[in-house]
Design a protein around this ligand. Structure first.
Ligand code: ADP
Length: 190
């Protein structure tokens, strides 16, 4: 199975000093895989755009692949679109079951799911199906506050969040955009 990880984003090129709340030792321990993946523990990574969420999770995914785990990296909106097509073809259950072959499903940009995409509950079905069995790594700009629009009803939002956080490690990457900072430091050198 192809992991579809973004190229060049590895843990080796991840500047941990730039994100004080992201412990290198912790991430390296997670990269060894084993226990947390076997228990279906989730990772939630929150931080503003450019704070390095995609880079960190792609690097972690890459390391896990090298350690023999099966990982799929996808933008959440793309996966939602695929699952919605499967639902229209009455194949949602099979499509979600097929994703079981991945020890870790990385859903990047969870909060960017379009408003009209939330009309069906495929994301909830996926979360419920993997609960306590298979891990998810979710990156998002906001922790939970805006998630109401991702699900068809408030009850479903609460149920989804409940399952996600029950066995989860949460990383808050509260740093300024890495892009903006590196642009600023280039200017300072001149
Ligand atoms: P986010 O997913 O939070 O929007 P990205 O991971 O896409 O942020 O980071 C934006 C850019 O800055 C990318 O090119 C990424 O490789 C780089 N970057 C961000 N944080 C780091 C970091 N800690 N170390 C190395 N590069 C980083």
């Amino acid at each position: 199975a192809e992991a579809r990880l973004p190229s060049g984003k590895t843990l080796a090129t991840c500047d941990f000093a730039a994100v004080p709340t992201l412990s290198k030792a912790h991430v390296m321990a997670l990269a060894a895989g084993t226990e947390w993946l076997e228990r279906g523990v989730n990772l939630l990574m929150f931080g503003p755009p450019g704070s390095g969420k995609s880079h960190a999770c792609a690097g972690l995914g890459q390391a896990l692949v090298e350690n023999g785990y099966r990982v799929l990296f996808t933008r959440t909106s793309e996966l939602v679109q695929r699952l919605q097509l499967a639902r229209q073809a009455m194949q949602l259950e099979q499509a979600i079951a097929k994703l079981d072959r991945f020890d870790l499903l990385i859903l990047d940009d969870f909060s960017y799911v379009a408003r009209d995409q939330a009309e069906t509950s495929v994301l909830f079905e996926l979360i419920a199906a993997r609960y306590e069995r298979k891990s998810l790594l979710i990156t998002a700009n906001q922790p939970f506050g805006e998630w109401g629009r991702l699900f068809p009803s408030p009850a479903m939002t609460v149920a989804a969040i409940d399952r996600l956080v029950h066995h989860a490690t949460i990383f808050e990457m509260n740093v300024e955009s890495y892009r903006r900072r590196s642009a600023a430091s280039r200017k300072a050198v001149k």
